[in-house]
Ligand binder design. Structure first.
Ligand SMILES: Cc1cc2nc3c(=O)[nH]c(=O)nc-3n(C[C@H](O)[C@H](O)[C@H](O)COP(=O)(O)OP(=O)(O)OC[C@H]3O[C@@H](n4cnc5c(N)ncnc54)[C@H](O)[C@@H]3O)c2cc1C
Length: 465
């Protein structure tokens, strides 16, 4: 007599890109292998996407979160292809790829011959780096420096390898602009895993990253979607198949009894064999607190930052700066209102009409006090800063502020040990999984990778036991 296998139930908590990816791949595995599997997707908010949000306004395409992703990380492109959306994959216009840095109130071009924080082309670097001969010479000694040991801060990692001048002048503003993090505290191993891995494998960034030296300007270093990042979210939501989605699911609490788990709130109740948490660490902590206080304690040790994004559009006719690059970043010593500024209309096609220019400024919570300003005050402060730096004298014809609270995990020195401790604290509960930006890196492709990996591990453990 053969017994019918019991239907297994899996919950995915959080419908940001990590959770949607997990639910999507779980559903695909279910279909491909005809598994007896029910999947529930639980989201506290009334919409999917988490920090990803694309908004059309007056002919502009504005991103309330990420505007694209690093093209050398394949996971996002694979997902876009799996969703059948590859025809809408777009690349940044790298023919205009130049980044500026604020130096004594002026914009200076970042060294040429760099890729992802590191110099890769010695000749271009020597010709163009805005640092002293001594600083260039020190950076050139990098191949002779031994491999890093242990969990170093980004500052320690780069100072060892490329010297303090390069680190202060180039790495600090890039880290502040991209990760919204303090380079003295953030972990090189956790926050820049690819670069750290290259250094560990090859012993040198100059040598290990040489393959990035001659990327022609026809190859885009960043990807996005024709209709904005929200298109990835829409594609995922449209292809969740039989996943049961529950939005506005209330404040969930995990309960554990006899080897199975329940998720309970005012608005939802369900029992599951396995759960994938794709929520920020602090949110996961409050869900698992009762049965797993130790795990919750470690999750709460992971700090998060907030970001404000300010979009300003100007009529092109009166705009006096030629926006001849991807934008600029601001080192700490020059910090005013803006941490990083993207010249969207130069960097991407299809974000605004030809008669306007579109600028996006990021203001992270790490530096100074500016995040507390009202929308109007923030727009005015950003406009004044652009007026000063770009010498423009026209006023914006449109503005939009997005506030993203507590969504950027700070992967500080010791982060990887925290993840190990979380896993150790759950060693008797192998059917609970984590994914998302604090688990495998903050970039969109990293989140997709962790969501997909969690889906594959859950399916394997539930159905091959
Ligand atoms: C301003 C900003 C700009 C960025 N720019 C880029 C970029 O250009 N390129 C790039 O690669 N990356 C960028 N990132 C990083 C990247 O966008 C994020 O790391 C990624 O989108 C996070 O996805 P996630 O699904 O892990 O988390 P989230 O998007 O935070 O999703 C988590 C979800 O969980 C839900 N949730 C929370 N609590 C609960 C609960 N108790 N119960 C149920 N659901 C809950 C939330 O509502 C949310 O929907 C940026 C991030 C920010 C904040």
């Amino acid at each position: 007599m053969s017994l019918m296998p019991r239907m297994k139930r899996i919950a995915v908590v959080g419908a940001g890109v990590s959770g949607l990816t997990a639910a999507y791949y779980l559903n695909r595995i279910r279909e491909e292998q005809s598994l007896e599997l029910e999947i529930a997707l639980l989201e506290a908010c009334d919409r999917p996407g988490g920090v990803i949000r694309s908004v059309r306004k007056d002919g502009l395409l504005l991103e309330g979160g990420p505007e694209g992703w690093a093209s050398y990380k394949p996971a996002a492109k694979v997902l876009v292809k799996d969703l059948g959306l590859q025809q809408d994959l777009i690349g940044s216009k790298d023919i205009h790829r130049r980044t500026f840095i604020v130096n004594q109130g002026q914009l200076t071009e970042l060294p040429k011959g760099m890729a992802f924080f590191a110099p890769v082309d010695p000749i271009s670097f020597w010709r163009s780096a805005p640092i002293s001969i001594r600083g260039k010479f020190r950076a050139s000694l990098e191949p002779f420096i031994s491999r890093s040991k242990g969990d170093l801060s980004v500052q320690q990692f780069f100072e060892r390898r490329l010297g303090s001048e390069f680190t202060e002048e180039v790495v600090e503003p890039l880290i502040s602009a991209i990760l919204g993090s303090d380079f003295r505290k953030v972990s090189a191993r956790s926050a820049l895993p690819e670069m750290y891995g290259i250094e560990q494998r090859t012993g040198s960034l100059w040598k290990g990253m040489r393959r990035f030296a001659n990327i022609p300007a026809t190859v885009s270093t960043l990807n996005s979607m024709r209709h904005g990042m929200g298109q990835v979210i829409e594609g995922l939501v449209n292809q969740l198949g039989q996943v049961q989605s529950h939005y506005s699911c209330g404040q969930l609490k995990l309960k554990k009894s006899n080897g199975s788990y329940s998720l309970v709130s005012d608005a939802f109740e369900g029992e599951f064999d396995s759960i994938i948490f794709c929520t920020p660490a602090h949110a996961t902590a409050s869900i698992v607190q009762d049965p797993f206080p130790e795990t919750a304690g470690i999750l709460n040790e992971i700090p998060y930052g907030s970001s404000n994004l300010v979009y300003l559009a100007y009529e092109r006719s009166g705009f006096t700066h030629d926006l001849n690059g991807f934008g600029f970043i601001v080192p700490s010593r020059e910090a005013g209102t803006v941490d990083a500024c993207t010249w969207v209309s130069t960097k991407w096609d299809g974000r605004c009409s030809d008669d306007r220019v579109l600028i996006r400024c990021a203001i992270h919570s790490g530096r100074k006090h500016r995040a507390d300003l009202s929308d109007e005050a923030l727009v005015e402060a950003v406009h004044q800063e652009l007026h000063r730096l770009l010498k423009i004298d026209s006023n914006p014809c449109l503005s939009q502020v997005f506030r993203v609270k507590g969504s950027l995990p700070q992967l500080l020195v010791g982060h990887s040990r925290k993840l190990e401790r979380i896993s150790e604290s759950l060693k008797d509960d192998p059917n609970l999984y984590m994914a998302g930006s604090y688990w495998g890196g903050v970039g969109v492709p990293d989140c997709i990778k962790t969501g997909k990996a969690a889906a594959e591990r859950v399916a394997e453990s539930l159905f091959t036991a």
